[in-house]
Design a binder for this molecule. Structure first.
Ligand SMILES: *[C@@H]1O[C@H](CO)[C@@H](O)[C@H](O)[C@H]1NC(C)=O
Ligand SMILES: *[C@@H]1O[C@H](CO)[C@@H](O)[C@H](O)[C@H]1NC(C)=O
Ligand SMILES: *[C@@H]1O[C@H](CO)[C@@H](O)[C@H](O)[C@H]1NC(C)=O
Ligand SMILES: *[C@@H]1O[C@H](CO)[C@@H](O)[C@H](O)[C@H]1NC(C)=O
Ligand SMILES: *[C@@H]1O[C@H](CO)[C@@H](O)[C@H](O)[C@H]1NC(C)=O
Length: 945
């Protein structure tokens, strides 16, 4: 067998050698010689290189030729090439595209011979290790439109000859070690002021110096992005910069600019303006009329102290406004907080005084208001704003003992910043690439990542099928988004897919506008196993020396077996973590969950006897068990193949073991052994809410009991949304996932599990959307964008179920619609629902607080997520109803799990929550009358209305 294969290979080898000899006359000899010479200098080229002598005919990866067999494109993006760039490159005189980006081991000086590539249109040498000066010969590339040498180690100054790049639109020299001033035609003969086609001047992150002459810019220029940040520029900002009508992004921050900021008011297209960390003085520039501004930062300059500029109220599109230490005083205008895109407002280290009153119309996306170290003496906070996003340390109001230990005053954040729980794709050979966004408009990317993910997924999948996940981090001033793409229907991506699909360096991808300018750099991609490549060479040699070849194959077999063993141990994160715990390094970091052996669990379930099964689902079965210490547990045993791999299992256990709340079913432990994955939960004795409602347990739930169950489960969910880290969206809230213990305390079950369970669970839709029919948020179903408000919808259906005691879909009816149709608010007792509601309740007559409860439930099932209240708000409203109607034992009212927040907010006794900013309720009893404010006492002791 082996011998037969060897001979076949030999035959193929000989044939291909003959074939290439015949074709070798084809490629232009000058180009072929140049490529061969480059090949000698470079390691790790695609395996197609050198297989034949005809790069054009035999399609070497990354090479394109024209009809005359001249090489027109050399694209070796992210091939991990090691070596230097020699003068030979200058022989490829028909080259239009030269892209060697993302090869960090490719370095040395840039050869002057590159200046011979006079037909070049795109030059991309991004993210390599090129050093030394930029050769002035590059100024001869008069056809070049895209010229990017960023993220190398280039030194020296920018050669004035670059002023001859008359076609250039994209000029990127950022992130190097360049020094000296910017060349201009007046002082240096030629210079950057001549680049009238240029849209992008990206020179950020260098050591560029000197002042910027007035004549560097003029109104004939088409510049969109000027990135001069993080350099050593000095002197005034030239007024001519304010005359470029096309400008969208201006970053001059982190330099030594001095003097008065010139008028910028003609820059009506500007989105991003960053002037922070300079020595600017005079008055704060006037931005009135620059309506498109989204991100403004003028922090840390020496402006003349002034009142808050009036243009604060004109920035209707603002997303991030940062004015730290700029000498402003007075009161922040209320309109600012209502601007629909505002996310971050940072006004720390100023002289703001009086009351901070954000108004009742606070933008929902606002998630940071930093007013630290000012003179604010009182604050009015409204319910629609979360206290944890407010920073008030170092203001006189924090001297007030009532407030001094609240979250805004201590600066202690109980939670890390919110992160979306995106599911990370997993595969053996993902392609990983970082997109660096250099001037995003938003302050909080989390809200925009799904959009980017969809947009990128479309773009990449139109080229090669893949599954994508995104992660993000901030690198000082810039935003890094790491994309991880897994191949679909293949083990790895091949050379051509990487070169043609994932190469984003030449700006072929247009992200959503708010992300601003970017560049991309890829990680090393393993195109083959090192071992199998060695064997391939072995086989070829072996075709000459068969004996040696056979030996190598034997050697290969042994190695592959060893590799296979090694792989197993990687895929099983617990493999070396025995119950004795010798190798504790591999163990999951658990707060409280314990590790069970398969044997232990078999013992306590009578070998998983059918009689101990208490439930089943797509994931497998649930068994009742009794631990040796007498504790009753419920053991979830996954069906083979229904759960993800070991690493995800480990991550989930770590996550679940950190979640502790009296209204959540606690994780006792887990088992991961012999292909079994099991989760061990505390056993909840009174079954599910669904069983109780439908009378299956002989329990009758009276009205106050139902409110208490609603409150308990709302508290559990609010904890998952707001206090678990990372936040957990349940995704499958339903009455069968709410359990009742012996005291009828409700506990939410199965949170976090939705990520473990495969898509095809019974009763669920076979799409990316998870959940149970009848409870599913229609908005999530349509957009596939999961938010906490999807849980709120499902919870709203549970609330309706509590009223009607009917499954959400029954007799071809959907209870949400059924209830809305029957609704008649004129009927003060049952709101017209007596025929559709649970007969047990209907009999009871006047249910205390029923209209309010109904109104809450209906708001939860609003069509639009933005119209629904948060879980936290729901908790407070149900608490309010129970309190106001005396449906609650006195001890319960103080046991709020949100002690800091509830202390911070003084809530008027009869006023339910306000959703004034977002509610589009069709059923709007009198919500306008209910708008309330929670008020901080001012330091004078008076209360604001
Ligand atoms: C351009 O001219 C300025 C002013 O004469 C000089 O300081 C600078 O060194 C020149 N730059 C280059 C690269 O020659
Ligand atoms: C702004 O534009 C107006 C009208 O085009 C022009 O008169 C004025 O000089 C410009 N201002 C600046 C600072 O460029
Ligand atoms: C700025 O806003 C104020 C108050 O809303 C308004 O009176 C003024 O006209 C606006 N100015 C501009 C230039 O838009
Ligand atoms: C805030 O400060 C300004 C300037 O120092 C002063 O004129 C004003 O009266 C102060 N306002 C309040 C409410 O203290
Ligand atoms: C991505 O977003 C950009 C900018 O909004 C848009 O032009 C482009 O069509 C989008 N691409 C895809 C594939 O959705």
């Amino acid at each position: 067998m082996v011998r037969g294969k060897q001979q076949l290979l030999l035959l193929l080898f000989v044939l291909s050698a003959v074939g290439s000899r015949i074709a070798s006359a084809d490629t232009n000899p000058q180009d072929a010689a140049a490529l061969r010479s480059l090949m000698k200098k470079w390691k790790n080229l695609p395996s197609s290189w050198g297989k034949s002598n005809d790069p054009c005919g035999a399609s070497w990866d990354g090479i394109l030729c024209d009809g005359n067999r001249r090489v027109t494109s050399l694209n070796l993006f992210a091939m991990t090439i090691r070596g230097t760039l020699g003068d030979d490159i200058g022989s490829l005189t028909e080259l239009r595209v030269l892209d060697l980006s993302s090869n960090p081991d490719l370095g040395g000086p840039l050869p002057a011979a590159m200046g011979k590539l006079v037909k070049l249109e795109e030059l991309a040498l991004i993210g390599c290790s090129f050093s030394g000066p930029i050769p002035s010969e590059l100024g001869n590339l008069s056809q070049v439109k895209f010229f990017a040498l960023n993220s190398n180690k280039l030194t020296g100054s920018i050669p004035p000859s670059l002023g001859k790049l008359s076609s250039v639109t994209w000029l990127d020299l950022a992130d190097n070690l360049l020094t000296g001033p910017l060349p201009n035609s007046k002082d240096n003969g030629t210079g950057l002021d001549q680049l009238l086609e240029a849209e992008h001047f990206h020179f950020n992150r260098n050591n560029l110096e000197g002042s910027i002459p007035e004549y560097l810019f003029n109104s004939n220029m088409k510049l969109k992005h000027i990135l001069f940040d993080i350099n050593r520029f000095v002197g005034p900002i030239p007024p001519s910069i304010g005359a470029i009508p096309t400008l969208e992004v201006l970053r001059l921050n982190n330099n030594g600019f001095m003097g008065q900021v010139p008028s910028l008011k003609n820059l009506t297209k500007l989105h991003v303006l960053m002037l922070s960390n300079n020595k600017l003085n005079g008055s704060i520039p006037n931005l009135a009329g620059m309506r498109l501004l989204e991100n403004v930062d003028m922090s840390n300059n020496s402006f003349t102290p002034s009142n808050i500029p009036s243009w604060f109220s004109n920035l209707t599109n603002i997303m991030t406004l940062t004015m730290q230490s700029v000498g402003i005083s007075g009161q922040v205008p209320q309109e600012l907080f209502s601007f629909r895109k505002l996310q971050h407002l940072i006004l720390s280290d100023n002289q703001l005084n009086g009351t901070l009153d954000m108004g009742s119309n606070i933008n929902e996306g606002l998630d940071l208001v930093d007013i630290q170290n000012n003179g604010v003496t009182s604050v009015t906070v409204y319910d629609s704003f979360k206290g944890q996003f407010l920073k008030l340390q170092g203001n006189p109001l924090c001297n007030n003992s009532l407030l001094s230990d609240t979250m805004p005053c201590t600066g202690l954040q109980t939670e890390a910043p919110r992160q979306p729980r995106t599911i990370e794709v997993q595969c053996a050979h993902p392609f990983i690439e970082t997109i660096v966004f250099r001037a995003p408009s938003f302050g909080d990317v989390v809200q925009y990542l799904p959009e980017l993910q969809n947009n990128l997924t479309d773009k990449l999948n139109s080229c090669t099928p893949n599954q994508l996940s995104l992660a993000h981090s901030n690198d000082g001033e810039y935003l890094n988004v790491e994309i991880k793409a897994c191949p679909v229907n293949q083990k790895r991506f091949n050379y051509s897919q990487v070169l043609n699909c994932f190469n984003l360096t030449r700006q072929t991808y247009k992200p959503p506008e708010l992300f601003g300018p970017y560049y991309a750099r890829a990680r090393h991609y393993p195109f083959h196993d090192k071992a199998s490549r060695a064997v391939l060479i072995g086989v070829v040699t072996g075709s000459v020396l068969l004996v040696v070849g056979l030996t190598l194959v034997g050697f290969y077999a042994v190695r592959q077996k060893k590799r296979a063993q090694k792989l197993v141990s990687i895929n099983n994160p617990f493999a070396s973590w025995g119950s004795m715990g010798e190798d504790i390094g591999e163990a999951p970091k658990l707060k409280s969950a314990r590790f069970f052996t398969l044997e232990e669990l078999k013992l306590c379930t009578n070998d998983f006897r059918e009689i101990n099964a208490i439930g089943a689902g797509g994931y497998g079965r649930v068994y009742r068990g009794k631990l040796p210490d007498g504790q009753l547990v419920a053991i979830k045993r996954s069906k083979e193949g229904s759960m993800q791999g070991g690493l995800e299992f480990k991550t989930e256990i770590e996550l679940l073991s950190r979640v502790h709340h009296k209204n959540l079913v606690g994780l006792v432990g887990f088992c991961f052994e012999k292909g079994e994955k099991m989760l061990v939960y505390e056993f909840i004795s009174n079954g599910t809410l669904s069983e109780a409602l439908y009378g299956m347990k002989g329990i009758q739930l009276d009205w106050s009991r139902r409110l208490k169950i609603a409150l308990d489960s709302a508290r559990g969910l609010a904890y998952l949304h707001d206090h678990a880290n990372p936040p957990i969206i349940h995704r499958d809230v339903k009455s069968t996932n709410i359990l009742l213990d012996e005291k009828m305390t409700a506990k939410v079950a199965d949170f976090g599990l939705s990520l473990l369970v495969s898509d095809s669970e019974e009763g669920q839709l076979c799409t990316n959307v998870k959940g149970t029919l009848g409870y599913l948020d229609p908005e999530y179903y349509m957009t596939q964008q999961l938010t906490a408000k999807s849980d709120v919808y499902s919870f709203g259906v549970v609330l309706l179920e509590l009223i009607m005691a009917k499954p959400p879909i029954h007799d071809n009816k959907y209870i949400v619609r059924e209830l809305k149709m029957a609704l008649d608010m004129e009927d003060r007792t049952h709101c017209g629902l007596q025929d559709v509601m649970d007969p047990i309740l209907a009999k009871m007559g006047g249910l205390l607080g029923f209209p309010r409860f109904l109104k809450l439930a209906l708001q939860c099932v609003e069509e639009m997520g933005t119209g629904r209240p948060s879980m936290n708000t729901i908790v407070r409203e149900i608490e309010g109803i129970m309190q106001d109607y005396g449906l609650i034992p006195a001890s319960m009212s103080t046991s709020s799990s949100f002690s800091i927040e509830s202390r911070m907010m003084k809530i008027g006794p009869k006023l339910p929550y306000s959703s004034a900013s977002t509610s589009h309720s069709t059923f709007d009893m009198d919500s306008r009358a209910f708008e309330y404010s929670a008020v901080f006492p001012s330091s004078h002791g008076s209360l604001k209305p």
